[in-house]
Design a protein around this ligand. Structure first.
Ligand code: PLP
Length: 374
């Protein structure tokens, strides 16, 4: 019996998802580009999945493109916006996922694009005054804002509506990495007016190796991968049919059960936070204070006695899976850029516990007991 509390890293597949994928692997083996019956059957499965994704996100079917992962979707949004839409300046933050930060680094080195970083406030949220100043300052260059909806290490949430309104007021594009929030928060893209957003099936109990990108009809780009005409000429390569079917099934389940899953995970997080505060002296939480922040994530900063890798390793030995980090700035270890970005105390080990609707209070009691002995 293990206690899995690393659901921000990846989630186990729902059995309904495995069933849907098994059927797709067995029966939808045709090449979706073939015009014969097997090909048409596979194509129908993909188009059905696209309809499900579009319906849950309030997008039109023509705005959803399947990719291999969230990393690909974010690379595509950033690199293609620069190459195809004339973007010359990107405003982002130091706590984005590496697939965004490294894409920014690459376009800065090769594309002559300026990148500005918005300040974060003391609770690691975007400083909107600073964002507005940055938007005002660069009005002469075509600009895109790229900010994540929820941070994967500390769970800080961005107000998408406010950011989108601000971007529209300044006539700039808005890309958001929603890999940690798709399937956990409702979206209505017909109202939100984003340019691009990304999703990844394995974060919401679907399979690995499949994701999607939303590209608004106003911002059509060219493909990142050159090749065949799959995904309406937007993403070459024979489609991962079973993966796409699994993604749609997992998303459908996530939105059908959104309220009950959210309530359960929120309760688990609050229960765990309260127990930690009572049982372990010197505990702190990183990111926005409870109950703000993504209900899936609790980032716990421990007193500076143990090193984080020992803490995570000892939890693992006790049957508990979580992930850790530190802001270590010594250069001896590779620290977490997010913890560095929010100026977390480098001496205090941090463990990210991330929940799913499958966890129970009894599991959390066990974790508390183990932490007490450590
Ligand atoms: N963006 C965020 C916020 C993530 O947490 C992750 C995965 O950890 C990614 C992007 C990358 O997604 P994928 O694993 O599908 O490439």
């Amino acid at each position: 019996m293990r206690v899995y509390l690393d659901n921000a890293a990846t989630t186990p597949l729902e059995s309904e998802v495995i069933d849907a994928m098994t059927d797709a692997l067995r029966f939808d083996f045709g090449n979706p580009s073939s015009i014969h019956a097997e090909g048409r059957r596979a194509r129908a499965s993909i188009e059905n999945a696209r309809k499900i994704v579009a319906r849950h996100l309030g997008a039109s079917v023509g705005e959803i493109y399947f990719t291999s992962c969230g990393t690909e979707s974010n690379n595509m949004a950033i690199k293609c916006a620069v190459r195809d839409l004339g973007v010359r300046r990107i405003i982002s933050s130091h706590i984005e996922h590496h697939c965004v930060l490294h894409s920014l680094q690459s376009i800065r080195e090769h594309g002559g694009v300026e990148v500005d970083f918005v300040e974060l406030d003391a609770l690691s949220r975007v400083n909107f005054d600073h964002l507005e100043n940055l938007l005002r300052a660069g009005a002469d260059r075509k600009t895109m804002v790229s900010l994540m909806h929820a941070n994967n290490e500390i769970g800080t949430l961005l107000d998408l509506e406010r950011t989108s309104q601000l971007c529209r007021a300044h006539g700039v594009l808005f890309h958001t990495d929603t890999v940690q929030t798709v399937g956990y928060y409702p979206f209505d893209l017909s109202k939100l007016k984003l340019a691009f957003m990304s999703g990844s099936a394995h974060k919401f109990h679907g399979p690995k190796g499949v994701g999607f990108i939303y590209i608004s009809n106003d911002n059509l780009i060219h493909p990142l991968l050159d090749g065949g005409s799959q995904e309406r000429n937007m993403r070459a390569g024979t489609e991962n049919i079973a993966g796409i079917v699994g993604l749609a099934k997992a998303l459908d389940l996530a939105y059908q059960n959104l309220d009950s899953r959210r309530q359960k995970m929120q309760d688990l997080r609050d229960y765990f936070a309260k127990a930690l505060m009572t049982e372990i002296p010197g505990i702190r939480f990183l990111g926005a204070p409870l109950p703000d922040g993504h209900y899936k994530v609790l980032s716990v900063s421990f007193p500076p006695k143990l090193k984080y890798d020992l803490l995570v390793m000892n939890l693992d030995i006790a049957g508990i899976s979580a992930s850790g980090g530190s802001a270590c700035s010594s250069g001896a270890e590779v620290g977490s850029h997010v913890l560095l970005g929010i100026r977390a105390d480098p001496d205090r080990p941090t463990v990210r516990f991330s929940f799913s609707h499958r966890n129970t209070p009894a599991e959390l009691d066990l974790v508390i007991n183990v932490l007490k002995t450590l």
